[in-house]
Design a protein around this ligand. Sequence first.
Ligand SMILES: [Zn+2]
Length: 203
Amino acid sequence: MLPSPIRETADIIKKLPGIGPRQALRCAFYILRNPAIRQDLKLVLDKIESVKNCSICFRYIHLSPNAADSTCSICRDIERDKNSLCVVEEDVDLEQLEKAGAFGGQYFVLGGRLSLNQDPRALRINELKQRALKDKDLKEIIMAMSPTAEGNAAFLWLKQEILSASDNTAQIKITRLGIGMPSGGEIEYADEETLRGALENRN
Ligand SMILES: [Zn+2]
């Protein structure tokens, strides 16, 4: 019988995505044998507590304990275009679009992949509608969903949700990333050239 701290460590690691029971146990032993890894893990686990969501776009940001402002550098940047909002599913998509440098507007992070199996209530659909309702500068919402069958269905559904929210939101132009994105490809893995093209060709 393995000592319970090893089993308990393996049980936690097993909960991580893509990790099976055997791998989890191997990781637990690795952690046990490596004091330096244990030390680093303790440090980052403490630090990760100070990662919060930006109160405007909901992307993850690292806040210092006495930060007065819980907004991110993009939302605070007065140089950026206030009329267009790019809706991404996850933080990695936003990072990828920023790296491509083709978009100078605002962002909104839904917080998960839109799919037919996903309960939309788990995503920030209501928060997005609120943003569309309250943000009077908003003229265009660009949906940056991956061009998969599910992404297409999700786009049409989300577009309807926003347009039907109020008379004001009905005036907002709602587009999505255009051709250029490989069909079935994901934004997370798209190169910068492709993303710039997809933004230019939004429709
Ligand atoms: Zn922000």
